[in-house]
Design a protein around this ligand. Sequence first.
Ligand code: ASP
Length: 302
Amino acid sequence: MFTIAIHGGAGSLTRASTNDQQEEEYKKGLRDALEAGYAVLARGGNAVEAVEKSVMALENNPLFNAGKGSVFTAEGTHETDAAMMCGRTLEAGAIAGVTNVRNPISLARAVMEQSENVLLAGNGAMDFAKAHGVAFEANEYFDTQHRREELEKAQEKEEGKNTGKGTVGAVALDESGNIAVATSTGGITNKKFGRVGDSPVIGGGTYADNHTCAVSCTGDGEFFIRLVTAYDVASLVRYKNIMLSEACDTAIQKLTQLGGEGGLIALDTKGNVELKFNCESMLRAWKNDRGEGSINVWQNEK
Ligand code: ASP
């Protein structure tokens, strides 16, 4: 039995500003990324490998706010955050405020597997990347016209909110019964002062434990950090002994109550999948080995 679920960001699309063709392009991006991870699981590969492959596909697709296509900082650069966690070992690796790394999720994996640390930031993380043969790109590689327009709009209005966000993430259950999570983001448009979101915060935007679940969040990062959302979902399952769906609903309720917008994907070792959010859209897809699954964008689509 194996299962994979992915997201490409919550609240980044509105019906008013998305036409049918754009919706299809996003769905194609989701499908390609889902299949990349699913193929790993189908040939008996492990959950860590599967989530990395799905997230890499989303990072390489300029439509999504991660890797190529990441939002611009106030200075016109791209600073990426990413994290990975293995539910079997509780090993985790994360990077924050990193520029020019082609696939931030692969750097997070290298931190998880080849360093004694969990979270590396900025220039130090890039030194580590160089020492471990991670691929680099020039700043222009990450540039896209739609993100530049978002930056200009945000700087005109001096409001970053609701213009240019999104994150990508994946959770997977492999044939051996292990789960893993990966999350990667460019953060929010026009960010400054070395702002880091929830994605690389273990327990905030990213968490996995075979005893409970794997969770990847997307949305207003500051809220997820304060609510420790990913770990909250796992803790609700573990200590309250409630269903994964109920735990996810509770976490989304808390987010809404605090005034935050966003969503999460979650998966447990029984193959239960949850895709929950409190805004108009969350790009999302899932698939298991029993032929079940879906690819959706808007609220109330199953
Ligand atoms: N959670 C991300 C961050 O705050 C952004 C997003 O998912 O929209 O960096």
